[in-house]
Design a protein around this ligand. Sequence first.
Ligand SMILES: Cc1cc2nc3c(=O)[nH]c(=O)nc-3n(C[C@H](O)[C@H](O)[C@H](O)COP(=O)(O)OP(=O)(O)OC[C@H]3O[C@@H](n4cnc5c(N)ncnc54)[C@H](O)[C@@H]3O)c2cc1C
Length: 455
Amino acid sequence: MTDDRPPVVIGAGPAGIRAAATLAAAGLVPIVLDEAPASGGQIYRRAPPGFTRPYRALYGFDAAKASRLHTAFDGIKGHIDYRPDTLVWDLRHGALHCLSAGRSREVAYRDVILAPGARDRIIPFPGWTLPGIYTLGGAQIALKYQGCAIGRRVVFMGTGPLLYLVAYQYAKAGGGIAAVLDTTPFAAKRRAVPGLMRAPGTFAKGLWYVAALRARGITIANGIRPVEAEGTDDAVSALLYRNAAGTERRLACDAIAFGFGLSSETQLADLAEIPFAFDPVQQQFLPERDIAGRTPVRGVYLAGDGSGIAGADAAELAGERAALALLEDRGHEVGKPRLAALERDLRQFAGFRATLEAAFPFPADIAAGMPDETVLCRCEGVTAGEFRRAARALEADEINRAKAFSRCGMGRCQGRVCGPAAAVVLAAALNLPPERIGRLRGQPPVKPIPMAVVT
Ligand SMILES: Cc1cc2nc3c(=O)[nH]c(=O)nc-3n(C[C@H](O)[C@H](O)[C@H](O)COP(=O)(O)OP(=O)(O)OC[C@H]3O[C@@H](n4cnc5c(N)ncnc54)[C@H](O)[C@@H]3O)c2cc1C
């Protein structure tokens, strides 16, 4: 096979943009596919045409980085084959199935860099399907993209850096905040301080968000546990939670934004038949790759949060490194000192990730103890109790079997939303470690598409 088939990059976030720029600098014309209407990815999502908010208002401390990345992409746009509004919904035997403008087309590939990023990791709790309840990322997109808030009195609940960042962004934009409720006990954060100080810039930003929230008189509570969201079929009206002392509290609100960190978007990697392994730090199965982004499957490379959460700065480095690996494998000369520098920095980011996970641990106990009546899979309307009963009665100690018996994870989202929590529910119900339960296999379409496309 000749070298002239263009490499494909899936995703135009920080990882995909740096990958595309590196390939373009080497004289190649990569195809860049992204389901979003504009480049930038999650963190550097661009405002729609006609919106004129300045970078500082949109991206805060990251305004300069956003501007740099957007400029870099705009600079290569004429030298690459960029296809926005294009969802890659299947990947098979050298062909990508891409939905654009209501039609599916095949894009043949020889080399592909997967950079599809991440999504919110959630744990369902009683009442979480009421109108007015969003993920943290969803709440942020409403503000960043559409310039609107999800409510006038919003509870921010969960854990992770995004909890404080999104609450801060709402507060700064003048949004009403009922409280910020963190499931992480204060002691866990205090223990993580020495490690966090290894990335002083990131740590300082976190402290700034907390201080700015407190300065506005916003309550921040640590070590909480959600009990129930209350409301009607029309709207959520309160969050019932237990504080760190175990006392139940009711907080009136008209919206809730919640999330417990991020999960990598790994379905395309799965369809590419990359082997997965359980990552004890991130508590999820991740596709295997080396520091350069090479996978055991020839011609398939991984970069950015889609192969493990490491943040936007690491995603840029990983995108460049994966593109250089692709170039090396095609026989191009690449500068060894640059490879060494990228790999050194990527290792540092990976080390810091463990500290962040310790500072904001995934509260698996909430998922394990999910009340039976909680809707676990909202696509198929399966409760935690139904899931547990099906798994126990039919002796399903592997998550795909449990899915087949209960329909949990079989709906429109293909388990992308409920999957991580369902794995913990199953592991706890059967008294097994989470790595024994396995992972939901990726299935096409990786995101919902119209039936007409596949019939
Ligand atoms: C909702 C959300 C909000 C976030 N907000 C922040 C923040 O404010 N600050 C911060 O520091 N970090 C934030 N993060 C984390 C941050 O976005 C990531 O660390 C960083 O963007 C990773 O870059 P990436 O290129 O790997 O992925 P992303 O930036 O997520 O880019 C992935 C791109 O791939 C595209 N894509 C995904 N799947 C497909 C597909 N099947 N077909 C075609 N295109 C596809 C997406 O449209 C997207 O443009 C956020 C994460 C999420 C999920």
